[in-house]
Ligand binder design. Sequence first.
Ligand code: DGL
Length: 278
Amino acid sequence: MKQKGPIGVFDSGIGGLTVLRSIVEQLPQYDYLYLGDNGRAPYGNRSFNTIHQYTWECVQWMFAQGCPLVILACNTASAKALRTIQQQDMPGRHPDERVLGVIRPTAEVIGNYTKTNHIGVLGTTGTVQSGSYLLEIEHFFPELKVYQQACPLWVPIIESGEYLKPGADYYVKQYLDELLKQSADIDTILLACTHYPLLLQKIKQHLPEDIKVVGQGDIVAHSLKDYLSRHPEMEQRLAKAGSRQFFTTMDDTPEFDKHASAFFGTSIQSVYTDVRKC
Ligand code: DGL
């Protein structure tokens, strides 16, 4: 039997910590290794090939650290790289490892939140242009009408730590107005980017009270719990000492730690890594 290892959680930057936080709340017993590719973030406006290359480098690095299971907590990477990684990169090379994304688990339940059957999806340009949410939601809830809005400036505002400042309100309102213009019947808005929960307070301020805002943290955590209960062969390969390790590709780790601690809710000390050396 192979050595047990941590669950890997990957994001282009610090946003995935909002997902890791929910996962740790629901499944505290496991070891976790977080990798943020902050040195190359944001991914949102990059090409398919670049997002695939960066994500695959990070996934291979996480496998090399001993993670048997990697969650792509990043919607952009899930939309643009997951399928190629699962279908082309892994077969033959990593028969015992698994990589899971966040789009399908979210699409599986999002229809349960709406009464009007009109939902809004806010994401990066990459996620929106991929059409992944439209396809996946159509599969599980064909009766839903889905309206998408790309918010290309939100991730840079968040990654630079500007998200609590008054200047951020302008861009929060701008994208919400664009989305709501598409339909007066939207009663549910999905934050389809792991960074966006950091703007939640401002998002709610600029929305009518009766519109529900749904983040992905709890949805992904619940789905992972379900996956592990259905895959005991994977569950048995996971280390359960409750350890947490944080890695970033950004060489200024104190800067990462400052913002990451706000995302994660407790103090973080990260280690710099160069995934390209893997
Ligand atoms: N947090 C990532 C997501 O969920 C995207 C951030 C980025 O543009 O790098 O899509």
